[in-house]
Design a binder for this molecule. Structure first.
Ligand code: NAD
Length: 500
């Protein structure tokens, strides 16, 4: 289908019918061991889109059996072979971009234009790691006293459990699967039960690209802990890479400690969006729209607290409210939709509870603020002014299209407010002063800083947080290191006199 065409119900049905509904174990799609299933719904209507096999603990162990059996041969595969599988997967995802985009819109709700953006972003991890696969360098040097040679090489960590969230159904999978393939790890992938269809189609695409049986196994399930529990306790598993909420991440880290597993944790955020009076306000509003409204605000990188210098707060608020108020809410397949539904009724109700509490505490809804009637879980783009500094909405990950604005007077105050959070993932900074950019970046406790930029995710950049936002980095040169372990070989130098 060409980009921009109206999506027909026949087209939706045809696409949904092409998505595998089973569990992928050792290269075969199969039923759950107990025949169990779960439904996947369209958040714009509440309708059932598809019914998938729901993996049991026994299926999870069967998936690990396959990953473990495939690991030794996969570790010996040539880097060029893995690189070309990833490159073919990039080409196939790009060829099937319209299918992936529509599938994400149907199961997750984001407007088609945004879903297309996620396909491009998600596919980029496949291309980036195709290139990194053949450039994972070790090193060789003479020890300082001259008695030994030091050889350092990278080996795959081993079988990995990859757990992904519902908000970026393709990119969160490619961001883990691509570096794991690059490092020659085998995998058990558990996608979120709210949006597993994209991962199912992606896994089939990896097989089509030539990935050997058993390297990637996929176990969607209605019971997340029924999958993670037995796998984290199994000594054959060597790593868990998780993207999701901080409370679940903490639980998984505690379980992972029993076998001293490697962990990568991409957890929640509470991004400050700081606007100084010397910023270009129109560009700041443009950046704010991207940082706030991407994915309807359902992103760990979403601007969660707008900290605006008092002298420009009124102007910034008016401009942001005008831009937010001009958006069109609707099912993501509708050509004019710029804001899709939230993921479910609970998410919508939690967003509204935060807005109501802020208004009760003295905030003013400049636009939005009232729930939308009708089918689907829509919430209107909302701007809150005069939000008190102790409001719950400034401490909680909103995960919705709501921009709370609060003010500051000095740079020191802005930095202190930004750092007053247990999270430290993304942050945004608008100023025309480069010296200030360096000063603030130096003092701000965040893994990522967008400087006059509202979108910072990029396959070539190390994505990740500090504090309770997580451990490890995805993407960039760092991404592959999450899936390798370092082995050092001390080699006696035959020409040196031998000692200890
Ligand atoms: P979630 O923690 O509820 O779920 C994430 C994944 O963990 C899902 O696959 C879910 O099925 C699984 N899960 C849930 N409970 C589990 C358990 N007890 N044991 C094992 N697995 C379990 O998060 P979510 O609602 O899917 O996603 C939203 C959260 O993800 C937000 O907090 C957001 O900030 C975070 N997120 C972080 C990043 C990042 O890169 N830092 C990216 C996207 C989302």
């Amino acid at each position: 289908m060409a980009a921009g065409n109206t999506v027909t119900l026949e087209r939706e049905a045809e696409l949904l019918a092409s998505v595998p509904t089973g569990l992928l174990i050792n290269g075969q799609w199969r039923e759950a061991s107990d025949g169990g299933t779960f439904d996947v719904n369209d958040p714009a209507t509440g309708d059932v889109l598809s019914t998938l096999a729901s993996a049991t603990s026994q299926d999870a162990v069967a998936a690990l059996d396959a990953a473990d059996a495939a690991q030794a041969a996969w570790a010996r595969s040539a880097p060029r072979e893995r690189s070309e599988i990833l490159r073919r997967a990039f080409d196939l995802v790009t060829e099937r971009a319209e299918d992936f985009a529509l599938l994400m819109t149907l199961e997750m709700g984001k407007p088609l234009a945004e879903a297309r953006g996620e396909v491009a972003y998600g596919a980029e991890f496949l291309r980036w790691f195709a290139e990194e696969t053949v450039r994972d360098y070790g090193r060789y040097l003479t020890s300082p006293e001259g008695k030994n040679k030091i050889l350092v090489q990278h080996k795959p960590v081993g079988p990995c459990l990859l757990i992904t969230p519902w908000n970026f159904p393709l990119a969160m999978a490619t961001r883990k699967v691509a570096p794991a393939v690059a490092a020659s790890c085998t995998m058990v992938l558990k996608p979120a039960k709210l949006t597993p269809l994209t991962a199912q189609l992606f896994a089939q695409t990896m097989l089509d690209a030539g990935l050997p049986a058993g390297v990637l196994n996929v176990v969607a399930s209605a019971s997340a802990s029924g999958i993670s529990g037995p796998l984290l306790a199994d000594p054959r598993l060597r790593k868990v890479s998780f993207t999701g909420s901080t409370p679940v991440g903490k639980r998984l880290m505690a379980d992972a400690a029993q076998n001293v597993l490697r962990t990568s944790m991409d957890l929640g955020g509470n991004a400050p969006f700081i606007v100084f009076e010397d910023a270009d306000l129109d560009k700041a509003v443009q950046g704010a729209m991207a940082a706030k409204m991407r994915n309807m605000g359902e992103a760990c990188t979403a601007a969660n607290r707008f900290l605006v210098q008092a002298s420009v707060a009124q102007e910034f608020t008016a401009k942001l409210a005008a831009a937010m108020g001009a958006l069109t809410t609707g099912r993501g397949t509708a050509p004019d939709s710029t804001v899709g539904p939230l993921i479910d009724a609970r998410a919508r109700d939690e967003v509204h509870a935060l807005v109501s509490a802020a208004v009760d505490a003295g905030a003013v809804a400049v636009t939005g603020g009232a729930p939308v009637d009708g089918p689907g879980y829509f919430y209107p783009p909302t701007v809150l002014a005069n939000v008190p500094n102790n409001a719950e909405i400034l401490r909680t990950e909103i995960f919705g299209p709501v921009a709370p604005i609060t003010t500051f007077s000095t740079e020191e105050q802005a930095i202190a407010l930004a750092n007053a959070s247990e999270y430290g993932l993304a942050s945004y900074l608008y100023t025309s002063d480069y010296a200030r950019m360096f000063r603030v970046a130096e003092q701000i406790e965040f893994g990522m800083v967008g400087f006059n930029a509202g979108v910072i995710s990029n396959a070539a950049a190390p994505f990740g947080g500090v504090k309770q936002s997580g451990l490890g980095r995805e993407g960039g040169a760092e991404g592959i290191a999450e899936y390798t372990t370092t082995q050092y070989i001390g080699i006696a130098d035959p020409h040196a006199s031998q000692g200890s």
